[in-house]
Design a protein around this ligand. Structure first.
Ligand code: RET
Length: 246
């Protein structure tokens, strides 16, 4: 356990942002009676709730350890963020899979790839031997990430389009948020304490992760939950009018 320095302010911003996101989604989901819709609400509400717990742990020093890395006496490793990502990125993928209507086997495949991506980042951040080994882990993690994008752009998008035009549009919006924001994580990692170069300060690194985490969890969730009407109409065209023919 180590004590967070000036970056603590941003960790508290992260905590409050996630808490507000959780409350917002929970309140929004209260009126829902449709079981399919409830699944989206439950998954999407749990995501910022997990992150709020992780940010609280990081802000209070529980989720951070100080490790000697390459001569530097104590580099703070915020391991709790990997615990957060390990749980929340699979849930985000499940949200995308539900919209696209992909097969279970495909979901399992993506979840394995996703876990490799996050654990690769955790392993790299913990390595004490120096830059080469850290970058090697970064490369493993980034390779997993690229495979993940390949499936999101290919199979997932195709399935969503085949479901209905409206589903295709909603999926594309969610996918683009995911592609655009997720791609910034490996950059922040390699520039910050992860890569070991320290090209950005720890405060900047944490601030960037907070902004990205809020975008990928609360921003993504808001778009998804506000698209429920479109998705429901598209999936049950006979009951609410056929969106496909519009
Ligand atoms: C790491 C390590 C370096 C290489 C890559 C990474 C990717 C991380 C990603 C994280 C996404 C997190 C989200 C969190 C909030 O919901 C682990 C930084 C590729 C893509 C979406």
């Amino acid at each position: 356990m180590a004590t967070p320095g000036s970056e603590a302010t941003w960790l508290w911003v992260g905590f409050i942002g996630m808490l507000l996101g959780t409350v917002y989604f929970a309140v929004q989901g209260r009126g829902s009676t449709d079981p399919e819709q409830q699944t989206y609400y439950i998954i999407t509400t749990i995501i910022p709730a997990i992150a709020a717990a992780a940010y609280l742990a990081m802000a209070t020093g529980l989720g951070v350890i100080s490790m000697p890395i390459r001569g530097a006496a104590g580099v703070d490793i915020y391991w709790a963020r990997y615990a957060d990502w390990l749980l929340t990125t699979p849930l985000l993928i499940i949200d995308l899979a539900l919209v696209a209507g992909v097969r279970k086997r495909m979901i399992y495949k993506l979840l394995v790839i996703d876990v490799i991506m996050i654990l690769g980042g955790l392993a790299g951040s913990m390595m004490q031997q120096g830059a080469v080994i850290r970058i090697a882990w970064w490369a493993v993690s980034t390779a997993a990430f690229i495979i993940l994008l390949y499936y999101l752009l290919g199979e997932f998008s195709r399935r969503a389009r085949n479901r209905s035009t409206a589903t295709g549009v909603v999926f594309r919006r969610l996918r683009n948020i995911t592609l655009g924001l997720w791609a910034l994580y490996p950059l922040v990692w390699i520039l910050g304490t992860g890569g070991g170069f320290g090209m950005i300060t720890i405060t900047t690194e944490i601030m960037l992760y907070v902004v990205l985490d809020i975008g990928t969890k609360v921003g993504f969730g808001a778009v998804l939950l506000n698209s429920q009407d479109i998705l429901q109409t598209a999936d049950h065209p006979t009951s609410k009018g056929d969106i496909k023919s519009q």
